[in-house]
Design a protein around this ligand. Structure first.
Ligand SMILES: C[S@@+](CC[C@H](N)C(=O)[O-])C[C@H]1O[C@@H](n2cnc3c(N)ncnc32)[C@H](O)[C@@H]1O
Length: 430
């Protein structure tokens, strides 16, 4: 009972969905804090949490996951650089590009952004970069800017040589090599403590940031917190501004009406332009020009992956050219996923299917599509599981049976494939 009350408190304060990190992990964090406070039972600890904001902050420190590394996922940074070189710099709408990284965790993401902006050719005067996180511990490490090799997963030696200096005799470098980010890069980032879900969070900033990185935070949020977070991001971002999310979070901006930018695995979205919208900035004046609109965007299009089990369309789909500009908004999440799959954006399509399935666990169609996308991604095991689930929901589903038979054959399970083929034959005779 008390455990649930503490989980609810965390859900309310920081949006944490206990299932996202496992209730066992939360229980361990509570146990650790109880021991630190000398509380022998959960009721005493719960009472402490009611009166001590400092202890609540400590508990939050124990449950957050500050996992991050430089140039994480890489493609967001490739796209960001291309975008700046090809669109922002030739026609800067104003003097300074404004960027927000939330959550910044221990700093690897905002420093990666700062480096990308510099490599694109922006001088320090041409951008501001705010980096926010709820964890004070993470921010202390971020400001220090000293990292071990775990933070450099997948980065090239040149990146390390150019932007870091080896630390000799640093406080935690007794055995392992550590590297300090160079001062020009460190000076480019303003680290700020903050909670995205706090009702006063950056209240004075409306249509303010041109670019927001909000990656690998929304996955930890419960449904209502996800919606609240998207509303805050929508307020903070200028019309036409770019939002980067994590690969498992790509369904959320689409659901909020953002438009997918066509760059595979960048997971970048553009806030739609609003007609001549007045943008209020903190000094109360109206902003000048809107953000450049001409990013390559996802547009509505009929699904190309044909799913025989899906109900037939009532009327023929219009061609891409004849569709009205807002046709995309009329597509269901599954149609969007098919559209993405058709364009080769398989990872995004898979994420969208997975999110859809979380809310529609009996959708045979979603499992079929996910199975096909997983095959495209070269994950036959995951594909087989998806087709099995489709078959469980619809035992006579021919598409699932055919895919399963082929997948089993391919991995050498001839007996399993024969059983499925017999089912196909029986289905055809009946
Ligand atoms: C997995 S890290 C993501 C870091 C980085 N964006 C990335 O993708 O590599 C998640 C971070 O979210 C922070 N966090 C959790 N809840 C938050 C909230 N409500 N507001 C701001 N930051 C939060 C945690 O402190 C943690 O550092």
């Amino acid at each position: 009972m008390v455990r649930k009350a503490i989980e609810s408190l965390l859900a309310e304060k920081i949006g944490l969905d206990p299932n996202s990190m496992g209730t066992g992990n939360i229980a361990r964090a509570i146990g650790k804090r109880m021991a630190a406070c000398g509380d022998s039972d959960e009721v005493a600890y719960w009472q402490r949490l009611q009166v001590s904001p400092a202890e609540l902050a400590e508990l939050i420190e124990s449950v957050v996951v500050p996992e991050t590394w430089f140039l994480r996922d890489r493609e967001p940074f490739v796209f960001l650089k291309n975008y700046l070189v090809s669109q922002w710099l030739p026609h800067p709408p104003r003097e300074q590009l404004r960027v927000l990284s939330i959550p910044a965790a221990t700093g690897e993401e905002p420093y990666s952004i700062a480096i990308t902006l510099t490599e694109a050719g922006l001088s320090a005067k041409q951008f501001t970069l705010d980096a926010v996180d709820i964890s004070q511990n993470a921010l202390i490490k971020a400001k220090r800017g000293v990292y071990g090799k775990n933070s450099f997963r997948g980065t090239e030696a040149e990146f390390l040589q150019r932007y870091f200096q080896p630390v000799t005799g640093g406080e935690t470098s007794k055995h392992l090599p550590e590297y300090a980010v160079i001062s020009q890069v460190r000076a480019a980032v303003n680290f700020i403590p903050g909670n995205l879900l706090d009702k006063f969070f950056m209240l004075n900033k409306i249509n303010y940031y041109d670019i927001i990185f909000c990656r690998n935070l929304l996955i930890y949020f419960h449904r209502h917190a996800k919606e609240e977070a998207m509303a805050v991001i929508n307020r903070l971002l200028v019309s036409g501004g770019l939002l980067f999310v994590g690969h498992s979070e790509s369904a959320l901006p689409l659901a909020a009406g953002f438009e997918l930018v066509r760059h595979p695995r960048a997971f970048a979205y553009r806030k739609p332009q609003q007609p001549r919208e007045a943008a209020i900035v903190p000094n109360g004046k109206l902003t000048a020009k809107p953000f450049p609109p001409n990013l390559p965007l996802l547009t509505g299009r009929p699904p190309a992956i044909a799913l025989p089990s899906a109900p037939p369309a009532k009327k023929p789909e219009p061609s891409r050219d004849s569709q009205p500009p807002n046709a995309k908004e009329e597509l269901s999440p599954l149609e969007l996923a098919k559209d993405l799959a058709d364009k080769g954006q398989l990872q995004e399509a898979a994420s969208l299917c997975e999110t859809y399935i979380q809310q529609n666990i009996t959708s045979t169609e979603a499992y079929l599509l996910l199975g096909q996308v997983q095959q495209g991604l070269g994950n036959p095991e995951a594909a087989e599981k998806s087709f099995q689930r489709a078959l469980y929901l619809q035992p006579d589903c021919l598409v699932a049976l055919v895919h399963l038979a082929l997948l089993k054959e391919n991995r050498g399970d001839t007996a399993g494939a024969a059983i499925i083929r017999a089912r196909i034959q029986r289905r055809q005779i009946n």
